[in-house]
Ligand binder design. Structure first.
Ligand SMILES: NC(=O)c1ccc[n+]([C@@H]2O[C@H](COP(=O)([O-])OP(=O)(O)OC[C@H]3O[C@@H](n4cnc5c(N)ncnc54)[C@H](O)[C@@H]3O)[C@@H](O)[C@H]2O)c1
Length: 252
C-alpha cells in the first residue's frame, strides 16, 4: 500500500527538478497525478515517465500566475478523477540572482512575485474549495531556505518565499477545522536546472556544500519524499509547518 494510495494530487512545476521528482513519487505511492507546467514538452515527458512506470497521470498546461489557468487545472482534476485530495504547489523561478536590492528592476520583482507568490496563492484559492467538497485535503507549498533566512542578492526571491511560508500558516489556520492541512517545505540547494549556474563549476559546487552541515547538495527525490509524506495521512496531525529540508543550512 502506497503512502497516498487512491488519492488525487495536483503537482505544479513538473517539467523538471523537484516537481518532476514529486509527480513521480506521488504516482509511485499510489496517487493519480494532475501534473501542471508552462513547459509542455517537459511536462508531457514527466507524465510519460509516470505511465511507463505503471502510474496514472494527466498533463495540464498551466501558468500558475494566471487565475483562469489555475481554475482550469483544478477542474481537470475534478473532471478526470472526480476529486482532489492533495496538492504540491511547487512551480517557481529564481529571477536575477546576484542583483542587489538597489539594482533590482521592478519588472523582475513583479514577474517573480507573480509566479512564486501569486501562483501559490491562486493554487490554494482554487484547490481548497475542491478539497472541501470531498474528505478534506493536504497542501504542500514549495518555499525555500530563502523563506527562513536572508538571501542577499535576490530580494524578490526572498520576499516570495517568506510570503509562501506566511500564506502556508494563514491558510492552515483558516481551514484546519475543516480538515485541510497546509505545510511548506524549505529546500536548501538542490541539484536542478534552476541552480545550473552554481553547478557549472567545481568552485560553485564546493561553495554550496560548505554552507550546510551535511556538506553536500540535495537531490530532487529527497524533496519529493518530504512532500509526499507531508501530503499523506501519515502526517495527519501536522499543519502550518515550514519544514526545512536543507541539510541543516539554516541552523548554522
Ligand atoms: N533547486 C533549488 O536549489 C531550490 C531551492 C529552494 C527552493 N526551490 C524551489 O523549488 C521549486 C522547484 O524548483 P526546481 O529547483 O525544481 O527548478 P526547475 O527550474 O527545475 O523547476 C521549476 C519548474 O517550474 C516551472 N514553472 C516556472 N514558471 C511557471 C509558471 N508560471 N507556471 C507553471 N510552471 C512554471 C518550470 O517550467 C519548471 O518546470 C521552486 O519553487 C523553487 O523556488 C528550489
Amino acid at each position: 500500500m502506497g503512502l497516498v494510495d487512491g488519492k488525487v494530487a495536483i503537482v505544479t512545476g513538473v517539467a523538471s527538478g523537484i516537481g518532476r521528482a514529486s509527480a513521480l513519487a506521488f504516482a509511485r505511492e499510489g496517487a493519480k497525478v494532475v501534473a501542471a507546467d508552462v513547459m509542455v514538452e517537459g511536462g508531457e515527458e514527466t507524465v510519460k515517465m509516470i505511465k511507463d512506470a505503471g502510474g496514472e497521470a494527466t498533463f495540464v498546461k498551466c501558468d500558475v500566475s494566471k487565475e483562469d489557468d489555475v481554475k482550469a487545472l483544478v477542474q481537470v482534476a475534478l473532471d478526470t478523477y472526480g476529486k482532489l485530495d492533495c496538492a504540491h504547489n511547487n512551480a517557481g523561478i529564481v529571477g536575477p540572482n546576484g542583483t542587489m536590492t538597489v539594482d533590482y528592476a521592478k519588472a523582475d520583482f513583479d514577474k517573480l512575485m507573480s509566479i512564486n507568490c501569486t501562483g501559490v496563492f491562486l493554487c490554494m484559492k482554487h484547490e481548497i474549495p475542491a478539497m472541501l467538497t470531498g474528505a478534506g485535503g493536504a497542501i504542500v507549498n514549495t518555499a525555500s531556505a530563502s523563506g527562513l533566512v536572508a538571501t542577499p542578492g535576490n530580494i524578490a526571491y526572498s520576499a516570495s518565499k517568506f510570503a509562501v511560508n506566511g500564506m502556508t500558516k494563514t491558510a492552515a489556520a483558516e481551514f484546519g477545522s475543516q480538515g485541510i492541512r497546509v505545510n511548506s517545505i524549505c529546500p536548501g540547494f538542490i541539484e536542478t536546472p534552476m541552480v545550473a549556474a552554481y553547478l557549472a563549476t567545481e568552485e560553485g559546487r564546493a561553495a554550496v556544500c560548505a554552507l550546510a552541515p551535511l556538506n553536500r547538495w540535495g537531490q530532487p527525490e529527497e524533496m519529493a519524499e518530504v512532500a509526499v509524506w507531508l501530503a499523506s495521512d501519515r502526517a495527519s496531525f501536522i499543519t502550518a509547518v515550514n519544514m526545512p529540508a536543507e541539510g541543516g543550512m539554516t541552523a548554522v
